[in-house]
Ligand binder design. Structure first.
Ligand SMILES: Cc1cc2nc3c(=O)[nH]c(=O)nc-3n(C[C@H](O)[C@H](O)[C@H](O)COP(=O)(O)OP(=O)(O)OC[C@H]3O[C@@H](n4cnc5c(N)ncnc54)[C@H](O)[C@@H]3O)c2cc1C
Length: 548
């Protein structure tokens, strides 16, 4: 009896602790994410060194009126402004982009650089919820990103600078049960989308597998279909249960975005204005237009684009607990001396799955071939719940950082890792005083998690902004759609295969050219924002996902 009582007491104590934990999380989720504060120091993202010449750009004089004001200068804001200015005749629209801190200083500058579209990973779930047609549209939308971003990089002449490239991607499983589930999901996806799955193969320990390297030329193309290999060829630890190999992309996200913004500033000096260190602190509406408030003054405009991702619910309060900020952790590490065979010097990327959660890895193709390694969320005490609604990218999570600092030699195994690297003196990137050990840099960044798992893109209904849209003025800005606030946000952990095309889709919506551009032939309908969807989206679903 005494034994049962003490067990009960322990259970009650644990329940109280959990209740307290979830109460704290809810309190944080209900609070405003605020505005990124430029006066507070941040952890130093490896990508942002050296800083872009436009990092602190402020256009000499901000116009008092603009056709479109974009809030946020990450990949979403960059895509919206790029795709609008590419579409309309030069000089026909004036666009202002406001950024609270330095140019591209949010999640885009602090991520893993992996353009890795989820495919079989959630295809069956998507099919179950939205039907086969929409599930396929979503998968194709994700797959389209690498091609599109590569095309943009070519036309902007930034391919080498932003290191955009196709990589072989390896999903590595250390857990038989998880590998089994993944194989099943892979088969469902492959059966439904065989035309898009040529380059993916599941490999288990016993059977030799066929690996096909491919390049993107409009569509995946098999280059070397005769090549065969077993898991051993991938230079992974002996404990691996299996792997799924395919094609994905990698990019230097900070350089991709800042180079595009820089080119646009040069091409449109009188019509594109970037104002860094200029937070939007409020938006008021009147029948004549929106008034966007900043510390440098106000701007009137018929269109406001919210490209603020994790911070979106500060200005669009109805999205609180719908797009949820979560802090992610990243590292830049020197590779072990023998690792080249495993990572192909920047041309092979990895996702590692153990019993819970996952970690992700890309590698730079030059310099010291730094390993850009992130994740650690589920491995952290309390399933990383402490990171939910934590908007402090000026500090690190102790447990996650330690996990990231130690996991890689285990994932590859000691012989594949080899001796620790000696820092190279010749690395031109080392303008910062990086430490000389394996760990060059640790940092955090803030993701925007969509609680229903889909990005939020489109025209924000007034019921969600709680502001009336201005009245369309006849003859005014005929190049754009009816005045409104707009959004593209909430890509969860996968911004690289969602944000650029969401921004492109949104650009066409703002211009009102959905039909002319055939937008809905490729844009997933289920991403479109509506108040009905907002009411249905339940934050507990996302907390549930983290608990698993
Ligand atoms: C640690 C980490 C690792 C990740 N790894 C990957 C990965 O490997 N692959 C992948 O696909 N995705 C990854 N992601 C997710 C991806 O980075 C994001 O989904 C994507 O960058 C979001 O881009 P964005 O432009 O919408 O937002 P952001 O890049 O966050 O840009 C929003 C901008 O808005 C500004 N802002 C906010 N409020 C205001 C205001 N009121 N006024 C003015 N400016 C404001 C912010 O300062 C910020 O610069 C990762 C994210 C993190 C944090």
């Amino acid at each position: 009896m005494g034994h049962t009582l003490s067990k009960l007491r322990l259970a009650v104590k644990e329940l109280t602790r959990l209740t307290q934990l979830y109460d704290d999380i809810y309190k944080r989720l209900l609070a405003s994410p605020g505005i990124p504060d430029a006066s507070k120091p941040t952890t130093k993202s490896f990508w942002t060194v050296p800083a872009s010449p436009i990092s602190t750009h402020i256009s000499k004089e901000l116009p008092e009126h603009a056709d479109i004001v974009i809030i946020g200068s990450g990949i979403t804001g960059a895509s919206v402004v790029y795709n609008i200015l590419e579409y309309v005749p030069s000089g026909s629209l004036t666009i202002v982009m406001l950024e609270a801190r330095e140019a591209c200083s949010g999640a885009t500058a602090r991520n893993g650089g992996h353009i890795n579209p989820p495919l079989w990973h959630d295809y069956a779930d998507l099919k179950g919820v939205y039907g086969e047609k929409e599930a396929k549209t979503i998968i194709k939308f994700r797959l389209a990103h690498l091609r599109e971003m590569m095309d943009v990089a070519v036309s902007e002449n930034i391919v080498d600078h932003c290191q955009i490239r196709e990589v072989e991607t390896v999903d590595v499983y250390f857990d038989d049960a998880r590998f089994g589930t993944a194989e099943e999901a892979f088969k469902v996806w492959q059966m439904d989308m065989s035309a898009d799955t040529d380059t993916f193969y599941a490999a288990d320990k016993e059977s030799a597998i066929k690996v096909c390297y491919c390049i993107l030329e409009g569509k995946y193309r098999v280059m070397d279909s005769g090549y065969s290999a077993s898991l051993q060829n991938f230079g992974l630890a002996d404990e691996v249960s299996g792997a799924i190999i395919g094609a994905a992309g990698a990019v230097h996200p900070y350089r991709f975005v800042t180079s595009i913004l820089s080119n646009l500033l040069k091409r449109h000096p009188d019509h594109f204005f970037l104002s860094t260190h200029t937070p939007c602190t409020g938006i008021h509406s009147s029948p004549r237009g929106y008034t966007v408030v900043t510390p440098l003054g106000t701007i009137t405009t018929p269109h406001v684009v919210h490209a603020t991702n994790a911070w979106v619910s500060h200005l669009v309060t109805s999205l609180r607990t719908k797009v949820v900020p979560i802090r992610g952790n990243m590292t830049a590490q020197r590779p072990g001396q023998a690792l080249s065979r495993s990572t192909l010097d920047g041309y092979r990327a990895h996702i590692f799955y153990r019993d819970q959660g996952y970690d992700y890895l890309t590698q730079l193709p030059d310099g010291e071939h730094e390993l850009m390694f992130g994740g650690g969320f589920a491995q952290q005490n309390k399933n990383g719940l402490s990171e939910v609604a934590d908007l402090d990218d000026g500090s690190l999570n102790w447990g996650i950082t330690n996990h990231l600092g130690g996991a890689l030699p285990h994932y590859f195994g000691p012989s594949n890792w080899g001796a620790e690297a000696q820092p190279s003196n010749s690395s031109e990137r080392d303008v910062a005083d990086w430490p000389s050990g394996r760990m060059k840099s640790f940092w955090t960044g803030i993701l925007g998690i969509s609680v229903d798992g889909r990005p939020w893109v489109g025209r924000l209904p007034p019921i969600m902004t709680r502001r009336h849209p201005p009245v369309p003025l006849p003859g005014k800005s005929p190049l754009t759609s009816a005045p409104s606030e707009w959004i593209a946000a909430g890509y969860s952990g996968e911004g690289m295969p969602h944000a650029w095309m969401s921004g492109k889709g949104l650009a066409y919506m703002v211009l009102g050219v959905e039909k002319e551009t055939g937008l809905y032939e490729w844009f997933p309908e289920s991403f479109i924002v509506s108040d009905k969807r907002r009411r249905k989206a339940n934050v507990e679903d996302v907390l549930d996902r983290f608990r698993k």
